[in-house]
Design a protein. Sequence first.
Length: 338
Amino acid sequence: MLGPVSCIAAVTYGCNSRCVMCDIWKRDADVARELTPDEYRWLPRSLKSVNVSGGEPFLRDDLPEIVAVMSETCPRARIVISTNGLLPERIEAAVARISETSPRGSDPAGAVAVRVSVDGLGEVHDRIRGVPGAYERAMETVRRLQRLGVPDLGLAATLTEDSVGEITRVKEKADQLGIRFVMSAAHSSPIFFGEQEVERPHSKESVGEVLSLMRDSLRSWRPYDWAKAYYLRGVAEYIKGRPRRMPCRAGIDFFFLDPWGDVYPCNIGGTKMGNMRESDFKSMQRDTVDVVRESVESCSVQCWMVCTVAPPMSRRPLKPLAWMLGAKFLGLDTRLDQ
């Protein structure tokens, strides 16, 4: 069995935001149980993508040491830190330290990627994040990281019914700044986000906005944008409650690691595979293969997020590629009955 290629590593449940579509900030962070930097040497070397998440990862003073261990242990992995951007000075200093301690060299361009969460412009973002002034602080973080020379920088938006119409404005802001843009739709999760059915987008307007972003990506001549269009098509179908466009391979190609070492197939499903302080990933995967397979096959969520979609797209690219070419050059499957 091939090793996993992607994971989300939540390094803390401590959070200084109060997001309406995420309940992590309501839980006990229990920082005394958090993994030490050296314990992240447990990560499989097969990983090609590590999303460092939380809570707010920059609340950890030792985040640069954690990233250094990840970079050394998983030399082929692209490491992306997801942040709410509420601590501009602290984030700038930490990313500078990461570039200094990274085994990949002192150039911040090669050390880490950063995605700053922005769900709307101005007061809309402040309301969704539950923090006055959150938008201005997030933009200040972006400006500081641009001055620092971090090229793999972007805005990450989460679509809820509260932010319909705003996601396009965030994308336009990212384009103006010359940085990347990614988006997802709100999901419920018993082990991570909490119950979010109220915030989950469901309207015709939300579907229409995602499809508009999809068609915009298809106008590009970059294959990267065509892949983004395929992903956005799946987001629209998730909002409509339709089955996933690709089989889920959570627990095989992808896994979720919580701050205390517990390992799950993904950050949506609640079937625990084990704890990294007690077993290596290969043994954990072998010992739980049947229960994980049953859990994934019976999952009714039909989630569609970059972290769980990118691995099967890269390992089984023919179906996504066929859709991309048909949509780009023939206009096939670019509509969705609303």
